[in-house]
Design a protein around this ligand. Structure first.
Ligand SMILES: Cc1cc2nc3c(=O)[nH]c(=O)nc-3n(C[C@H](O)[C@H](O)[C@H](O)COP(=O)(O)O)c2cc1C
Length: 148
């Protein structure tokens, strides 16, 4: 099965660290959501991962926009996010959109990521060095259980 992960990871590349691990270990293809064009053939892939940091309680708006456009349909889809406060509910809107488009929802992996947003910067940020190797191991278990 071919897997494509479409991502946005601009704050500290926290989410990218996780998906780069999957690129190295599983050979999943990675594509920044900005690189998607009309010529990108999503139908070449059986499984789609959507990955981003959380920005204002949600996945990146371009990921949300992509899914609500209906371009991802009849796929198996999983989600990955990193955030300052690790709350499953950050994925609620995207999960609903995924399911509205006739996709099969495989699951969501989420963990804490380094954050220096706003006033946190003044104190050196929180969740320093996260995600780390332990998170990558947990991600491996998630992929094995829900995706592969
Ligand atoms: C503009 C902005 C808004 C954010 N909003 C939230 C938020 O609502 N909740 C939260 O827990 N973390 C929030 N964060 C923290 C990021 O989700 C966290 O640092 C994440 O790991 C960043 O991922 P990235 O490095 O892949 O971009 C925010 C960060 C930025 C820059």
């Amino acid at each position: 099965m071919k897997t494509l992960i479409i991502y946005k990871s601009y704050h500290h590349q926290n989410t990218y660290r996780l998906i780069k691990h999957l690129n190295d270990k599983e050979g999943f293809t990675l594509m920044d959501v900005d690189e998607l064009t009309e010529n990108t053939n999503i139908d070449d892939y059986d499984v789609i991962g959507l990955a981003s940091g959380i920005y204002g309680f949600e996945f990146h708006k371009d990921i949300l926009k992509l899914v609500s456009s209906g371009k991802i349909k009849n796929k198996k889809v999983f989600l990955i996010f990193t955030s300052c406060m690790d709350k499953e509910s950050f994925a609620s809107t995207l999960k609903k959109e995924v399911m509205n488009n006739n996709n099969i929802f495989l699951g969501c992996f989420h963990t804490k990521g380094y954050c220096t947003f706003g006033p946190l910067k003044l104190f050196g940020g929180v969740n320093k060095n996260l995600p780390d190797d332990a998170d990558c191991k947990n991600l491996d278990h998630f992929i094995e259980k829900y995706v592969n």
